[in-house]
Design a protein around this ligand. Sequence first.
Ligand code: G3H
Length: 534
Amino acid sequence: MSFVFPTEESIPLPYRIRPIHQKKYLLGGEILEWTGESQTVKSPIFLNRSGNLEQVILGSYPSFDETQSLKALEAAVKAYNHGTGVWPTSTPMDRIRAVNHFISLMKEKRDQIILLLMWEIGKTEKDATKEFDRTIEYLEDTVNALLDLESNSSKYITQSGLIAQIKRSPYGVVLCMGPFNYPLNETFCTLIPAILMGNTVVFKPAKYGVLLLEPLLECFQKAFPPGVINTVYGDGAKVISPIMESGKIDVFAFIGSSQTANLITKKHPKLNRLRSVLGLNAKNPAIILPDTDLKTMIPEILAGSLSYNGQRCTALKILFVHKDILDEFTQLYLEEFSKWKAGMPWDKDVNFTPLPEEGKTKWLKELLDDAIDHGAKILNPGGGEITESFLFPAILSPVSPKARLYTEEQFGPLVPIVPFTSIEEPLDYIIQSNMGQQASIFGEDPNTVGKLIDILVNQVARVNWNAQCQRGPDAFPFSGRKDSADGTLSVTDALRVFSLRTVVSLKDTEKGRNLLEEVLKTNSSHYLSKEFHL
Ligand code: G3H
C-alpha cells in the first residue's frame, strides 16, 4: 500500500508550478514591498528526485513584526475613522458596487487560485474548483441578501408617537482570520460580509494557503477605498497579540481551534466591546441504527468521514454503529472505501492526498497507536501507513472510550468506529462532549428517529437525518453549541453578525414629518432611506 510521490517530469504541464516569493502586502490602499524576514512555504507534496523524497518549496511570504502589524491596524482604524470614514458612511449600493467589482476581478484569477489550493493544501482539483466556485456563489448571494435586507428595512415605521427607521450599521474594525482547510471560502465568508456592512478589516490568512491569496491583493486594491482591507502575515503570536492588545478591534472573526480563539480573545483589554464570530472545534458523531439502509447510506457515511482526508470541521469524526449490523456495516464500508484512490491533487478521481500541516502524520500516528493500545484494530490493509506527509486512512474498531481518538478531534484520515447496544451510549457521548456542532442519524424508523431528533436538537446546532454533517447549502445557518462556535454564519446571518440594528427616530408630529422630508429632499443623510413611505 506504499504511497508514491511523483517525479517532477511526470507532473502534467498544466499542473506544474513556479515558486512564488511574495513580497507584496496591502496597506492603506497601497500595495507595498516587504523587505524584512520571510516565511518559507512548503507544499504537502514531495517530489521523487533520484529515489529521494524532497518536499516542494512553493515560495515564501512576508513575516511581519509587531510594528508592521500595528501599521495594518492603524490603516483600518483610520479608514473607519470612528465611523466617519468614506467606507462606513457610504451607502449599501456603493458598497455593493465595490463588491461586485471585486467579484468580477476575482473571477479572472480562478485558475491560478485553484492551482495554488492544490499545491498549498493538497486539495484535489475537484474540491479546489468547488471551493473557488462556491466562494463566488456565496459572494453573489451575499450581495443579493443585502439588497433584500435594504429593501425590507427601508420602510419607516410609526409607533407610540414616533417615526423611526431601523437599519443596520457597522461595528468598526474587524480582525479576520480563516482556516487552512478552506483558506479561500471560509475566510471570505466572513471577510466580504464584514466589508459589505461598512466595517474595515485587518486580514491575516490562515497558516497554510497564504500564497493563493496573493493574486487577490490587486483586486482588493482596485475594488475598495484605501484602508478598507489591510493584510497581515506571519507568526500569530507575534502579529496578532499587539493588534488585540490595542483594544481597537471591534469584531473578531475567526475559524480555527477554540484554544487559539481563547488565547487571542483574552488579549483584548475591553472585552465588552469585542464581538466574536467563531467557528471552532467539532467532533460530529454519526449514529448508525440497526435498520439503516446501509447499501444506500454507506457512500454518504464514507464521504462524511473522509472527504478531503477528514479535514473538515463538519466531518463525521466518530461512527457509533449498532452491534446488530456491525459486521455488515464494516464490510460494506470497507468495500466502498476500497473504491477511493490515493494520489496527487491533480490525479483523476483522486480522494486521498498528502496533508498540509507540519508534523500532522506523526501526531495522527500517536492517536492511532493509542487507540490500538486500548483494543482497537485497523480494519483496512495499509491503514495508518505513512509516507512523509501522507497517511493512508485507517478505519479503527472497536474504539474504546479510554482512547484519545474517542474524544479528541483528529481532523484527519482516521475513522473511529464505536459499536453500541443501547442508544444511551451515543447519546451520553454527545451530552458529555465539549463540542456540539452537528450530528448525523442513520435509520429508517420515523418513530425512533423522531424521538432522537428531539433529544439532539438541544445538543447540537444541526441534526442530519440519513445525511452527512455539512455546512452547505450556505443559506442554512452554520453554528454550534458548547465549544464549537460563537455566533451563526450563513449568507444572511453573516450580514447580521457584522452589523448592529440601529434606530433613528423622531416625534411623529407635523413638524417631525416636515423635518424628515426636508432631510430626504436635500440628501443630507446617506443612511436614511430616500423613500418616506409609512
Ligand atoms: O471545516 C469546516 C467547514 O465549515 C466545513 O464545511 O461542510 O462545507 O465542508 P463543509
